[in-house]
Write a protein that binds this ligand. Sequence first.
Ligand code: ATP
Ligand code: MG
Length: 593
Amino acid sequence: MRLSQFHLSTTKEVPADAEIASHQLMLRAGMIRKLAAGIYTWSPLGLKVLRRVENVVREEMNAAGAVEMLMPSVQPKELWEETGRWEKFGGQLLKISDRKHGEFCYGPTHEEVVTDFARNELKSYKQLPLTVYQIQTKFRDEIRPRFGVMRAREFLMKDAYSFHIDAESLDTEYWNMYRAYERVFTRLGLGFRAVHADTGAIGGSASHEFHVLADSGEDAIAFSDGSDYAANVEMAEAVSPGERAGPAEDLRDVDTPTQTTCEAVAELMGIPLTRTAKTVVYCVDGEDPQLIVALVRGDHSVNEIKLSKLDGIGGFRTAEESEIRAAFGCSPGFLGPVGLPTKVSTRALEAVRIDEFSSRAPNIERRVRVIADRTVAAMSDFVVGANRDGFHIAGVNWGRDLPEPAVVADIRNVVEGDPSPDGKGNLAIARGIEVGHVFQLGDRYAAAMDATVLDENGKARVMSMGCYGIGVSRIVAAAIEQNHDDAGIIWPQPMAPWDAVVCMINPKGDAATIEAAEALYADLRKAGLDVALDDRGLRPGVMFADIELIGVPHRIVVSPRGLEAGTFEYRGRRDSESQNLDRSALLEKLGIA
Ligand code: ATP
Ligand code: MG
């Protein structure tokens, strides 16, 4: 490619609305242009990189035995109603209607379409197992599209789906895909970690996410320093602490006129934060209305995903301040578990919420349930709010000053230094960008859509399914997060738009220099490199800044001065100096000698 014929469009200015390095650099390098929120055009330069990622993914999928296909982006509502996801998928589903008022969505994912394909195509166990994949544009109407293509609304995904006669076959393919994912991310030169993931609303048995480790990542990952245990923080178990010690202190009031946080109370009292407990109140509405009083140690935080998995809690919301005051007679900063009622009339509560006379509000009773985190349940002589504004109480002990907690469970986020749940080592916490996700779906979709095949005995059996996604466009941004410096992007070789650029510096239009640059350009291409010839006639400083910004691994300068000395000026993207090399040394550097 001659850069004079290519549309390269770089800028020095850091775009004002781009928060993270990859977003800034992709804009500065001119790889993407925003069309609307979360919707981007890929420029010729951007597309070159995207295609390289896509090809690695495709090669590894093919090598793993998956077969490529292509499904429509626009999908009929009726299919999504079969699985109940037309409603359940929520606001992320972009719904559209056609001229005949038929309803459709733009596919955010393809379980429904592929299951429909499978139930029509697959009749016998002899056709199984089968793994299909596609590389295709998805649309999800994300609440907060941000960071450019990292969390876009329109993005490119590789999605694969596998079909099996039983769970065992699914498990085998799951690990086959897992290993293919490891190969994809290794080949792309990314630092990554596979982590246990929440199987969440989709249900199913096993799931791993593949994360590229980067400080700007949206997900927190806990991993052990003593084993290969790694999990999403939302998933990682906080193991039970040791036995609770007996009471040593008497219960006493502490004056805390303005101290409404555990931190402030600990500071006032001159005690460690670990001696305090934090009280957070949630409301469960519906058939069994409850006020959940959740307790975690002062330095911990409530994990609402873990909380939501406890019996009888399901959907809950954070209690409003007015509700807390109506139920417990104090503001949230002075709440505690001592002396709580077991039931609270909702008349008072609803009255504040709906701002009417309490006599007109329905009189339901909410049960008050104290749920203590395992760590809090093992504490003695601790400090909590007194349920009176301006006061806390110290020397609190379970069983003596308040009943044993109704529920003891793991309801907190793990923190740095917690023991690893597998008993080996301690947890460290790092941030990650989810670039891939493998998932054993089981019969979740196949059962809902009646996707069956005949087994060996001629009996209809619901197929087992797996699904496997890779965020192809997100990988481009994630790679930049991991690989950049002040000058710009530093592509891992397999993702680079070009392997090398031959820069022609020839202000006087010297014929020998043109010839030498053209000859090298032709030779490198013949040797199998994807090379660009920078024949734009720019000043060296401007030219070099561009090539560094767009992250090309190898830069070779052909100039009259070098020609005289019989050398080329070479610089690797990570090098701090350039070197003058003769032809054979240069070819060796480029790995084609
Ligand atoms: P996230 O938790 O980041 O929202 P997800 O779990 O909803 O992602 P999956 O349904 O597992 O995503 O989709 C497969 C892959 O597609 C993800 O691992 C991710 O790399 C990519 N992906 C998902 N949403 C987006 C998005 N909005 N923009 C870019 N890539 C995305
Ligand atoms: Mg996911």
